[in-house]
Write a new protein. Structure first.
Lengths: 111, 228
């Protein structure tokens, strides 16, 4: 069995944000979703390089939409998470959940 | 001004034209509420993060820009400090003009730090550190050339009135210059000085970088020993 592709923290965040945004997942709403859910606004440069890397890994695919006048005739690049992307992010998240399970955290917080 | 076509050209040099257009479209969309400065900051930052530079090139570029910035500060203050362009700060604000000393010191310390950090981060490799030192030195030299020549052209009139330039000519020629001679002297001095900085910068990057690299190598091996 080939070794499973590992995902970095930010890659997981980006994949989950794309899944949450759904069909309208292009740069602007993906960044907004990440900011809303994590309280941290990612730099556009970091987001686009991560999206390119995820596409190279086969975790996401992208397609260009129609050019729109409010963007100066520039098309939006929509992203979709592939089956292997879903599998990888699910595996990573389950690993976190297993690590947290039953753990008594300081300050009274429980997993 | 939000010149999206120019931004697209910049990003196209580091990614595909389709991706560059989509990124510029996204940034332009957000810039409507965030402003032009935000737009250009993130165009340049995105271009930087898309650059596929090796660790050596990245270090060389960063330290070259820092070192070049030091030399630029020195050149601007040194050449325009006695003119009306900077309010004659050499005479009116000697403390501010005294920053030339800090810039000069920084211009010498940065290559040492470049070598130190490069050797440390490249696993104690002297060769890699010297390549980084050479690259950063060359970049700083180019920045000097691109500073001194334009300021001499742009502020030529003001520099003609600076007594220190007249004294400098008189010291080398043994007599006071005519207007034409002083003008000629300023242009050739700028061009010659700027071109010389290409090899001086590279040489400083190499020699001072070597000095720093010895420390960086020693620090790296010290850390390795402690870890084992």
């Amino acid at each position: 069995m080939p070794p499973a592709t590992t995902l970095g923290d930010f890659e997981q965040i980006v994949l989950l944000a794309i899944l949450r945004v759904g069909e309208n997942a292009y740069g602007v709403p993906i960044r907004a979703e990440i900011a809303a859910c994590t309280d941290r606004e990612p730099a556009p440069g970091a987001l686009y390089t991560t999206l390119d890397r995820l596409e190279d890994k086969g975790m996401v695919t992208s397609r260009l939409g129609d050019p729109t006048p409010e963007r100066g005739g520039r098309a939006k690049r929509y992203f979709m998470v592939t089956a292997s992307g879903v599998e990888a992010v699910t595996r990573s998240q389950r690993a976190y959940q297993r690590l947290l399970k039953g753990l008594k955290l300081p300050l009274g917080a429980h997993a | 001004m939000l010149n999206a076509n120019r931004a697209e050209r910049i990003l196209s040099s580091v990614t595909t034209p389709e991706r560059a257009a989509a990124i510029v479209g996204d940034l332009a969309e957000e810039a409507r509420t965030r402003g032009t400065r935000w737009f250009w900051f993130h165009v340049l930052r995105t271009a930087w993060s898309h650059m596929r530079l090796s660790e050596e090139q990245r270090l060389g570029l960063i330290f070259g820009l820092i070192c070049g910035g030091m030399w630029m500060g020195l050149l601007i203050l040194g050449n325009l400090g006695g003119t009306a362009v900077l309010g004659n700060i050499r005479d009116n604000h000697p403390r501010v003009y005294g920053m030339t000393g800090s810039f000069a010191l920084g211009g010498l310390l940065v290559p040492v730090m470049t070598g130190l950090l490069a050797a440390y981060r490249m696993g104690g490799s002297m060769r890699a550190a010297l390549r980084v030192g050479l690259l950063s030195g060359l970049i700083s030299g180019v920045m000097c050339l691109l500073t001194i020549v334009p300021i001499t052209i742009l502020f030529h009139g003001a520099m003609m009135l600076d007594p220190s330039n007249i004294h400098e000519f008189a010291r080398s020629a043994g007599r006071a210059p005519s207007q034409a001679e002083l003008s000629h002297f300023l242009y050739w001095d700028a061009l010659g000085g700027g071109l010389n900085m290409l090899w001086i910068g590279s040489l400083l990057g190499l020699t001072l970088g070597t000095l720093g690299a010895f420390f960086g190598k020693a620090m790296f091996h010290g850390d390795q020993k402690r870890a084992t």
